[in-house]
Design a protein around this ligand. Sequence first.
Ligand code: SPV
Ligand code: MG
Length: 273
Amino acid sequence: MHDGLSALLVEKCGLEGIWVSGLAVSAAQGVADAGLLTMTEFLAAATQIRMSCSLPVVADVDSGFGDVNVVQRMVRLYEQHGIDAVCIEDKQFPKRNSFSSGNRLESPEAFAEKIAAAKAAQRDAEFMVIARHESFIVGESLDQALGRAELSVAAGADAILIHSKKSCAGEIEAFCREWRTMDGSVPVFAVPTTFHSAEGADLRKIGVSAAIYANQLIRASVSAARQMLECLVENDSLSEAEDRIAGVDELFELTGMSRIAAGGLWIPPRTEL
Ligand code: SPV
Ligand code: MG
């Protein structure tokens, strides 16, 4: 997700955590997911989300915004802003979204150094560093993916994200099967953007600890906004659109305006929670 309002919606519907998506944060600013935004801009989006909900927040930090030293400062900043975990990917800078073309990976050793640097920088023992491997995205083999993940875990990674752009979860399943025999204790996350027909239960069965629904919320917003605008332009009035969009009262409810209007505090006392 990309902003405080989407985090409020996610929390309300009962999901377990927030993924601060580089793609969604970039798209929300009208720019490509190609390493164009700065660390400060990504951190501002993550902080906005942190402020608006109480769920664990996992921030997509692309390839870490620079070398090992930049990665260390990034970890200190994200930690200081209350972010629970960062996910660093093994693409070379400037990265492009995984569903685009033209990505190249760092050497496994150079990426492992980044993970070790990130782990050395954290102060809070609970802070997590997720190593994201893009082997399948660039056409590397299962063995290469496993080798990269093994090095990341040796460097201290708390979890592995294995990415795939296939329309079925076959690559993820193969990875998890081998991974379980190597080091089942380190959780594996997956992003079912292209293998969206896989149910959460299926993914859990093959060994995925958590599925990250990375970009569906911003895609849903785009469809809803487009339909509303088309409706307005076509009818030269809002008569058709009004019933299909959230009411102002829903926004008031979500953002705490209703509580303020009723004479309460924006953040209710604990007894009212
Ligand atoms: C993102 O949400 O920015 C991601 C996941 O990195 S994906 O777009 O699926 O690569
Ligand atoms: Mg991303």
